[in-house]
Design a protein around this ligand. Structure first.
Ligand SMILES: [Zn+2]
Length: 415
């Protein structure tokens, strides 16, 4: 059984932090289909539309009948471990620093035989197990063999923790503690075992509801942070930047306007100042520091979470300028993801539907409860997912957007 992760000792400031060595990341274009599904937490394999066989590794054509009609379909991953080995030597720098490394060969019930990273709680072969897909430090899908049933401290497995962004014993910066979402996030991270929470607070002279209750929790410290002010962001970066393992940017400015419903650009500018330029300022201050700590032991810098909006995918005209600012933030976060990936720090994008807050008062239910959103974010980190669409509205929009973005555009214009 996995030993519970011990609280890490204080870091020796004289010891140099290792630079990040990424695991091998070369993949064919077709193999990225596995990564696209794993990014949302699914294990998918190609299934031939003609002969019905499931195949692995991904290929351009069916290995049995050569048909090229191959659909990606979700798999249960059940199978049998038929062999295992423990890697004691590797020429690859990433694995060389992490030896020994357990690997297994699994005959999946759906057909193919696959090589997997093997969780420490899977018994020796022959044994039933469940294979799942996870993103590794290079952001590429890899297969992991999990025990058939949950085991105690399962998430603390050394190999699995390399693939997830588990908050346990990590230090978290939440950029806006004034909102119900920010405060729910603090509570959800504490429940997940986070070591320390910093909550940003702009306009410190105001007393936002709920903040004093959260700030009285022993793990929580409230610090001034105004994303519209480059100096404020730089000062916080200098103060706590080297300690932040997980950064959650939940700060947003949201007003319900289209183009015609308000004259001038002041509201749209204010939205861009927080939602787009705020993210850019944060990324410039905290990005380089977190990149330097991607390989910093069991509590390395591991994830950067952006709370975007499902309106980033397709403009919702009733909230038109807000949608545009979130689309800009989404595009920037893709750039951030590419840059942080080089250090093994995962950028997680969250696309909630309308949140149950004052700016969505006029929208009909269902709306996303802040605590549901917070729990979904923490779970995504624990599961190592990088694209999150929490709640029914976001799931439905995503499905419609995937099916046909143009049709969704017309539907949203007439809501
Ligand atoms: Zn076939």
């Amino acid at each position: 059984m996995t030993d519970a992760l011990a609280r890490p000792r204080r870091k020796n400031p004289i010891v140099r932090t290792r630079p990040m060595q990424l695991p091998p990341w070369a993949r064919s274009r077709v193999a990225l289909g596995l990564t696209a599904a794993a990014a949302e937490g699914r294990f998918e394999l190609q299934v031939c539309a003609r002969c019905g066989r499931t195949q692995y590794p991904p290929r351009e054509a069916c290995h049995a009948c050569l048909a090229d009609e191959l659909d990606w379909r979700e798999q249960t991953g059940t199978g049998e471990l038929i062999a295992e080995t423990s890697l004691q030597h590797s020429h690859d720098p990433y694995y060389r620093e992490r030896l020994p490394w357990r690997l297994g060969m699994v005959r999946l019930d759906c057909g193919p035989t696959v090589i997997v990273h093997l969780h420490g709680d899977v018994p020796p072969p022959p044994a039933r197990l469940r294979v799942g897909a996870r993103l590794d430090k290079a952001g590429m899908a890899v297969l992991i063999g999990f025990p058939a049933q949950e085991t105690p401290h399962m998430a603390d497995d050394r190999q699995l923790r390399e693939m997830t962004c588990d908050p346990k014993y990590r230090k978290v910066l939440i950029t806006d503690g004034r909102t119900a979402v920010g405060q729910s996030l603090a509570r959800a991270f504490i429940a997940a075992g986070a070591d320390r929470i910093w909550l940003g607070q702009a306009e410190a002279w105001k007393a936002p509801p709920g903040l004093s209750a959260v700030s009285s929790l022993p793990q929580v410290t409230v610090l001034p942070l105004d994303l519209t002010d480059a100096r404020s962001v730089a000062e916080l970066g200098a103060e706590i930047g080297v300690k932040v393992d997980i950064l959650v940017n939940n700060a947003e400015h949201h007003r319900a306007h289209g183009i015609a419903s308000r004259h001038g650009t002041d509201v749209a500018r204010a939205e861009m100042e927080v939602n787009y330029f705020g993210l850019l300022r944060l990324a410039q201050e905290f990005g380089p520091i977190m990149r330097a700590r991607g390989a910093d032991g069991t509590t390395s810098a591991v994830a950067w979470v952006n709370v975007l909006s499902v309106f980033a995918l397709s403009n919702f005209p009733e909230h038109g300028t807000f949608s545009a600012s979130k689309a800009a933030a989404y595009s920037l976060s893709q750039c951030l993801r590419a840059e942080m990936q080089l250090a093994g720090v995962r950028v997680v994008n969250v696309f909630p539907g309308p949140i149950d807050d004052e700016w969505n008062q006029t929208l009909p239910p269902p709306k996303l409860n802040p605590s549901t959103l917070a729990r979904a974010i923490v779970k995504a980190l624990q599961d190592g997912i990088e694209d999150v669409y929490p709640g029914d509205v976001a799931q439905e929009w995503l499905a419609r957007w995937r099916e046909n973005p143009k049709v969704l555009e017309r539907e949203l214009a007439h809501l």
